[in-house]
Design a protein around this ligand. Structure first.
Ligand SMILES: [Zn+2]
Length: 228
């Protein structure tokens, strides 16, 4: 049986690169084994003469995004992180992710200072500006590499077997809108947990992916997934 190759083009945009490669490998090694094909996840150069229709290559591009911005709930966490059904992961979009969602703050109520009833400290809003400006991920952190690897596995799920989106946040095919449904006002920790956490395939997805890997007939190709 021939090897099952996944080529990561320009993976060095994501550091630590070995964590990225390991994350993609973990997503597919069990499936490839079940399909009876040895898996190779290899680093390739951006346009190393590989044919453009090489559907098992996924490119890590520095662009923030290419397809237009998409804001959900007033925050930028709905940015497109990958080319849905295509073959690109937008590393720049992961690096630009912010908690966002408008100013967050706590209302500190008015209080008496003592003495005259009129002598009170006015109520004030303490705004947390850091949540607006602090990146969720920084390059060089294992969490960033795992998040990029999870996005790559998600896009490969679309490409290989036309897998649709899932609501289970631990599934590779959960997307940003499933996350926002559960966490309408996510913290930085929630975002890091969702994007960089350990993911899995459900039994039906496994079955479809194993079938595709075994047959070598890619179902999704480079076609866009409606509503992706
Ligand atoms: Zn998707």
């Amino acid at each position: 049986m021939t090897d099952f190759n996944i080529i990561l083009r320009d993976p060095h945009r994501v550091r630590p690169t070995d964590v990225l490669i390991r994350t993609v490998t973990e997503a597919f090694e069990g499936l490839a084994e079940e399909a009876g094909r040895p898996l190779n996840v290899v680093a390739g150069s951006p346009m190393s003469g590989a044919p453009l229709d090489d559907q098992l290559a996924i490119t890590f591009v520095g662009n923030r995004l290419r397809l237009g911005e998409r804001f959900i709930g007033g925050s930028n966490i709905g940015l497109i992180l990958g080319d849905e059904g295509g073959a690109a992961v937008y590393v720049g979009a992961l690096l630009e992710m912010r908690v966002g969602g408008g100013p967050r703050g706590v209302l500190v109520p008015s209080r008496y200072r003592g003495g005259s009833p009129l002598d009170r400290e006015p109520a004030r809003l303490e705004i947390d500006y850091m949540s607006q400006t602090e990146p969720v991920f920084e390059n060089g952190e294992p969490e960033l590499a795992r998040a990029a690897g999870n996005v790559a596995a998600h896009e490969l799920g679309h490409m290989l077997a036309r897998l649709g989106h899932e609501l289970d946040l631990g599934n590779y095919m959960a997307d940003g809108s499933a996350f926002l449904r559960r966490f309408p006002s996510p913290t930085r920790r929630d975002l890091r947990w969702f994007w960089s956490g350990r993911k899995s395939w459900d039994p039906a997805q496994r079955q479809r992916l194993v079938r595709v890997i075994r047959s070598g007939r890619i179902e999704g190709g480079l076609q866009a997934i409606p509503g992706g």
